[in-house]
Design a protein around this ligand. Structure first.
Ligand SMILES: [Zn+2]
Length: 194
């Protein structure tokens, strides 16, 4: 159990292409535990291993009112639709930007026990999955901004969670989950972002 320091967005480790996990051993379990501790401390929705300086294809997701879970060697195999969303990143505290994300995604990965997992997700979970998997490919969300003016500094202090619908926490905290790791059809729209 350890809370790790989150690397800032300019850290070169966030630009490195990560390595696939070949064996899910004790080291990987420890890494996932540390990532969950770190994520819990920052009250975030997702964290990728490079954000704590580890260049491996491991990420954790922890959406509000959901169980946390790890994804190992994840890959987005399908994207459907496109929408503009507010996004932030634990590696760039105090900022948020408008980026385009899929409405729903299908992700293939391994779970923490090495079992193959196929995740169909929409809305906030889809966004979080795309965001974390981008990290594993050396991409940060600011790369996706159409122009620099789509990034803006938040007026709220870090950690402040209330007061204003465009809080910094739309991705980092979020107040609505489109779907969990779910077998439900993806057709039901429940759009919380314009
Ligand atoms: Zn991030």
């Amino acid at each position: 159990m350890a809370v790790k320091t989150i690397r800032y967005i300019t850290d070169p480790v966030l630009r490195r292409k990560t390595k696939r996990v070949l064996k899910i051993d004790k080291t990987i379990h420890q890494l996932v535990d540390d990532m969950l501790d770190t994520l819990e401390k920052c009250d975030g929705a997702g964290l990728a291993a490079p954000q704590i300086g580890i260049s491996l294809k491991v990420a954790v997701l922890w959406l509000p009112d959901e169980q946390p879970f790890a994804i190992i060697n994840p890959e987005v195999v399908k994207r459907i639709g496109q929408r503009e969303v507010e996004e932030g990143c634990l590696s760039l505290p105090g900022y948020q930007g408008k980026v385009k994300r899929a409405v729903s995604v299908t992700v293939k990965c391994l779970d923490i026990d090495g079992r193959p997992l196929r995740i169909r997700a929409k809305e906030l979970l889809a966004q979080a999955l795309e965001h974390e998997i981008d990290h594993l490919n050396g991409i940060v969300f600011t790369d996706l901004l159409e122009s620099p003016d789509k990034l803006y500094k938040l007026e709220q202090k870090p950690g402040e969670k209330t007061g204003g619908q465009s809080s910094q926490n739309e991705l980092v905290i979020g107040d609505s989950v489109g779907a969990a790791v779910s077998k439900e059809p993806l057709s039901k729209g429940n759009d919380n972002d314009a």
